[in-house]
Design a protein around this ligand. Structure first.
Ligand code: HEM
Length: 362
């Protein structure tokens, strides 16, 4: 009798899991999601999120040694590279993962665009995503300045000049905003507090909206349903399985960052020489770089504003109920032209010699 009761009792692991689940409700994460949510195209946002977690962890380590004043910033980076425990490795992973994350954000946006997933009811989430794109670019930009080498210094000079160009609206970007803290200190605050804070709020909204609407069906299935065909399946996998896959990709991302660091350690340029312009911005800003050569500094403000404005309008202009690229030829053609032009501008910017634009040394 006693033996039968023991045999019927759940095992130790089972009981431990039930005790944890009773308190944390983790089994609630096993709700159904469509199988295609685990395909690479539909998990790019999740990979990006895991990348942000790696950046937060490595960034916290770097912040233990970084010192944000013009006189000490570059030396503290040299300290990180040569003295701080694992400093060089952690800095390299932070650098490389930030580059990979930038690529996965763009690919994620490309997937959403090509599959028309910004259409009703997901217009608000497209706008939220654009906010996240802005935050990501802001993080890369401020991170570049923090190194306080020639590249960082020139990036800051452009920041200040655009602040001047914006007049009263650019007050925060101006070094005259306050004399009590160098602008480098404020950009550091933007890098570790303001932008991550805005990013977390946007991410929460982004994820809540994905949960609310569910992941979009495959375009062909969605279009078939529009034409009176079967309603696309909402199951096939679970969100818990999706998280496991996302975490797997997170490990791959970490491994890629580590291997890249070992092969190509993150560099640090020379001490900045005020009044000279010898560097080019990181690759994600290069599509805008030639505009500055052609039309002057104001183009560095207007080109991204026009591009972002056009992206904002996308879900409100592409109003047909269809999502397959073949049924949205005009929009897909415009998107392809913009993407190809951006790549061509990057290549052009890479092969041209840096031109001096800065009016005065800081
Ligand atoms: C920068 C960080 C971003 C993160 C961490 C992120 C994360 C995610 C995640 C996890 C999903 C669920 C499905 C998937 O992975 O594809 C998603 C969906 C979505 N994202 Fe993002 N995203 C980001 C940026 C963007 C951008 C730049 C856009 C577009 C401007 C965007 C627009 C959308 C839309 C519309 C959906 C719903 C797609 C669907 O239902 O098929 N996201 N995002």
């Amino acid at each position: 009798m006693v033996a039968t009761a023991t045999a019927m009792r759940p095992g130790r692991w089972r009981r431990a899991w039930e005790a944890i689940d009773e308190r944390l409700g983790l089994s609630g994460l096993a709700y159904p999601v469509p199988a295609h949510a685990n395909g690479i195209g539909y998990i790019l946002g999740g990979i990006t999120f895991l990348g942000f977690l790696i950046l937060a962890a490595t960034g916290i380590w770097l912040a233990q040694f970084y010192h944000a004043t013009p006189a000490t910033a570059r030396d503290s980076v040299v300290y990180i590279m040569n003295v701080a425990p694992l400093g060089d490795l952690v800095r390299g992973i932070h650098f490389w993962v930030s580059n990979i994350v930038m690529a996965t954000v763009l690919l994620h946006m490309g997937r959403v665009f090509v599959t028309g997933s910004y259409k009703r009811p997901r217009e608000a989430n497209w706008l939220c995503g654009l906010g996240l794109l802005g935050v990501t670019l802001g993080l890369v930009f401020t991170g570049t300045v923090l190194k306080w080498d020639q590249e960082g210094f020139e990036a800051l000079n452009h920041n200040v000049e655009i602040g001047d160009f914006l007049g009263a609206f650019g007050f925060w970007f101006s070094s005259d905003f306050t004399t009590s803290l160098p602008i480098l200190g404020r950009l550091y605050m933007a890098h570790i507090v303001i932008l991550p804070g805005i990013g977390v709020l946007l991410l929460l909204s982004h994820f809540l909206l994905v949960k609310r609407h569910g992941i979009s069906a495959r375009p062909a299935e969605a279009d078939a349903a529009q034409a009176g065909g079967p309603v696309p399946a909402t199951g096939g996998s679970t969100f818990a399985a999706h998280i496991v896959r996302m975490v797997g990709f997170g490990f791959l991302l970490f491994a890629a960052g580590t291997i890249l660091t070992l092969i190509l350690p993150a560099g640090l340029g020379e001490r900045p020489i005020p009044g000279t312009e010898t560097t080019k911005p990181p690759w994600m800003f290069l599509p805008f770089y030639p505009f500055e050569d052609w039309f002057g500094l104001s183009a560095l403000f207007w080109a991204p504003v026009i591009l972002f404005g056009a992206l904002v309008l996308v879900p409100f202009l592409d109003r047909s109920p269809y999502r397959s690229p073949g049924r949205r030829r005009v929009f897909v053609a415009i998107g392809t032209i913009v993407a190809v032009a951006a790549v061509a501008l990057v290549v052009y910017a890479m092969i041209t010699v840096p031109e001096a634009h800065i009016q005065e040394a800081m």
